[in-house]
Design a protein around this ligand. Structure first.
Ligand SMILES: [Zn+2]
Length: 214
């Protein structure tokens, strides 16, 4: 079973990816990991990708698909895989479908976690962190001490730039622009599983498994 997982920042994609991969005994594959592994091992594909990266260019879709494809050809992925962070564009989705079809395989489900932007902004913009020890807090769920000092080490508590509302709004805008054509593409092929991503981790998990027919 090959599953693609889509979801905005803050929707708990990482947690759900882990449970899906475990449930179906398939590897959780992220493009970042594939790149790192190929670069580290100096594979021909890795060296090719490095040329683009060193010159500051984007790695072409066709090469990204070959990298992901070669990972999907590995023994642990022959019964399936969960793809996280790929495809990012319709061109990549088409190239992936072609690559898999040549091997008699196909994407079975595109799981899309949906959480309203306002809820994500509330979740992410409430994060606070200790500058010294990295301890995490949240203004609503795990409030930092009133004196603004870390309860573990006394360090200064601050908000990361990534967690500022304007930054989050921008990331969500990028996510929606990037994802909506993909959602439409998988929808047209009957592969889209829209999941309500609100509520507890367990609630969302149950919805995903029921959509996948488990
Ligand atoms: Zn601290």
């Amino acid at each position: 079973m090959i599953i693609i997982l889509l979801g905005p920042p803050g929707a708990g994609k990482g947690t759900q990816a882990g449970t899906i991969a475990e449930k179906y005994s398939i590897p959780h594959i992220s493009t970042g990991d594939i790149f790192r592994a190929n670069l580290k091992e100096g594979t021909p594909l890795g060296l090719e990708a490095k040329k683009y990266m060193d010159s500051g260019a984007l790695v072409p879709d066709e090469l990204v698909v070959r990298l992901v494809g070669s990972r999907l050809d590995e023994p642990d992925a022959t019964s399936g895989a969960l793809l996280d962070g790929f495809p990012r564009t319709v061109a990549q989705a088409e190239a992936l479908a072609e690559y898999l079809a040549a091997k008699g395989r196909q994407v079975d489900h595109c799981v899309c976690l949906n959480v309203p932007d306002e809820a994500l902004i509330k979740r992410l913009s409430g994060r606070r962190m200790c500058r010294e020890c990295g301890a995490g807090f949240h203004v609503d769920y795990s409030p930092p001490p009133a004196d603004g000092r870390c309860s573990k080490c006394g360090g200064e508590i601050y908000q990361r730039d990534d967690d500022r509302e304007a930054t989050i709004q921008n990331r969500l805008k990028v996510y929606h622009e990037q994802t909506s054509p993909l959602v439409e593409w998988y929808g047209q092929r009957g592969l889209l599983r829209n999941i309500d991503g609100q509520g507890s981790v367990e609630d969302v998990q149950v919805r995903i498994f029921s959509a996948l027919g488990a």
